[in-house]
Design a binder for this molecule. Structure first.
Ligand code: FAD
Length: 383
């Protein structure tokens, strides 16, 4: 892999860095305390093209390769993981799935709005009774003439209360394929669909995470995306790329933690000199630096494989597993460097740690990533 960035990639990174410094960084504490990111950020993300990265220009995409997408995602993760998550889900899981699996009509209906930021998308897979074992979801879509009638509950849905469309995974009665799961693009203003914001999250407090309840939600059969019974394949292909996006966000968290720790260590004095002079503080910092580099290289390798059209799913799981655990370690080390000040939210380390923690849980927990990697190596499924 060529580790030298192209001009386009460098420009994308610079644009993202400037965007984060101008539009995100000044509001991070306020949004975290208010438990809500200012929604106007979505339109701004669309205006700079971040919601259309890697997609064709035909439906509003802004092009770019997956490495550029990683670089932008890293920067957003450095700024605020709640903002990064808006892009990773609305673009990464929803718009990209529509671009790969949707009909021309579905692409025309949703992609221009999702890439411009006029619409927000959410990804409805997890249920109260089906998390890691998503294949056993129980939301049902029952065919009734030219319609489907949907009943069920989705849990922990990122962007859930903001979304205009949910990419919903449900068991459709007569589906012949994998476990009978199909994908549907359900407008969130459809009668019978109600949403409840989930409050009290440890991290990602600014993000609109919701429970979605479907009670006799009637949709035309044309909202089904991809052939009936292919829903699980749609979900798994979205998550394979999504894990790279989470990993890139984690690189951003770890980088932010490292930057903050280095700055603080070279300013804060104890025992008559800056704490950077103490060897055990340098150990905390050097461990973070190695984690940042290793996480970044694993993540870039995934982007490179995708851009070259090669298999990447196992590498994506490795990157997500390592980068999420590395982000937790790095943020925790940063908090240690800040001492007591790390424990209050006027300083960045605490929020970075709270935000990092969920990265080891969603889009497949660390245990699930290990099972994915183990299955690829041994040929034995231990699920
Ligand atoms: P469980 O599956 O019940 O797992 C509990 C524990 O058991 C974990 O430690 C797990 O690793 C372990 N475990 C389970 N099975 C095995 C096994 N076979 N071997 C070893 N260990 C195992 N979902 C969406 O669909 N869309 C979203 O946008 C979305 N956003 C989220 C945002 C947030 C803030 C959060 C917290 C979650 C989000 N999720 C979303 C859900 C997330 O993907 C699930 O929480 C995750 O998949 C784990 O499922 P669970 O919480 O039900 O835990």
């Amino acid at each position: 892999m060529n580790l030298e960035l192209s001009e386009e990639q460098t420009a994308a990174r610079r644009l993202a860095k400037d965007f984060v410094d101008r539009e995100v960084a000044p509001h991070v504490i306020e949004w975290d305390r208010a438990e809500e990111v200012d929604r106007s950020i979505v339109k701004k993300l669309g205006e700079v093209g971040f919601l259309g990265l890697t997609l064709d220009e035909e439906y509003g995409g802004s092009g770019g390769d997956h490495l550029a997408y990683c670089l932008v995602t890293e920067e957003l993760g450095r700024g605020d993981s709640s903002v990064r998550g808006i892009v990773s889900v609305s673009l990464g899981l929803v718009a990209k799935s529509i671009a790969s699996w949707g009909s021309e009509e579905q692409q025309r209906q949703w992609l221009p709005g999702l890439t411009s930021g006029a619409y927000v998308g959410c990804f409805g897979l997890t249920e109260p009774g089906a998390g890691s074992d998503a294949g056993h979801l129980s939301t049902k879509a029952v065919r009734d003439g030219d319609d489907y009638v949907i009943n069920g509950t989705k849990m922990f849905i990122t962007n859930g209360t903001w979304a205009d469309v949910v990419l919903l995974f449900a068991r459709s009665t007569d589906a012949p394929g994998h476990r009978g799961i199909s994908a549907f693009l359900v407008p969130t203003d459809t009668p019978g669909l109600s949403r409840r914001t989930i409050h009290g999250k440890l991290g990602l407090r600014g993000q609109a995470t919701a429970e979605l309840v479907f009670e006799d939600v009637r949709v035309p059969a044309t909202v089904m995306m991809a052939p009936e019974g292919k829903g699980f394949a749609v979900a798994m292909s979205a998550l394979a790329k999504g894990r790279m996006s989470v990993a890139a966000g984690c690189v951003g968290i770890a980088q932010a933690a490292l930057d903050a720790a280095v700055t603080y260590a070279t300013e804060r004095e104890q025992f008559g000199r800056t704490i950077a002079h103490h060897q055990l503080v340098q150990e905390l910092i050097s461990d973070m630096a190695v984690d940042v580099d290793a996480a970044r290289l694993l993540t870039w390798r995934v982007a490179d494989l995708i851009d070259r059209g090669l298999p990447f799913a196992t590498e994506s799981s490795k990157a997500k597993l390592f980068a999420s655990e590395a982000a937790v370690r790095a943020a925790n080390n940063a908090l240690q460097v800040f001492g007591g000040y790390g424990y209050i939210d006027e300083y960045p380390a605490g929020k970075l740690l709270r935000d990092a923690r969920v990265m080891t849980l969603y889009e497949g927990t660390s245990q699930i990533q290990k099972l994915v990697i183990g299955r690829a190596l041994t040929g034995v499924s231990a699920f």
